[in-house]
Design a protein. Structure first.
Length: 76
């Protein structure tokens, strides 16, 4: 079950607290310990192209936008 589908069902179960509690218990997405889904960009939330070096935690797109502001230089 994808996360978007999971959130869609939660919206539908707002009026039914008993069914919602059971759904949360049985169908909640598991917490990830490894892999791409654990590392997310702090600015936009993207998982792909993640740069964690130097504690940046940014995707490559956000890094290109703010690299000069945070003190990185482009070498030719």
């Amino acid at each position: 079950m994808t996360v978007s589908y999971y959130k869609k069902i939660l919206k539908q179960l707002r009026a039914k607290p008993v069914k919602k509690a059971r759904f949360l218990k049985m169908s909640a997405p598991k917490k990830r310990a490894h892999g791409m889904a654990t590392a997310r960009c702090e600015r936009c939330g993207r998982t792909g192209g993640h740069i964690s070096k130097y504690g940046l935690n940014l995707c490559r797109h956000c890094f290109r936008e703010i690299a000069t502001k945070i003190g990185f230089k482009k070498f030719d």
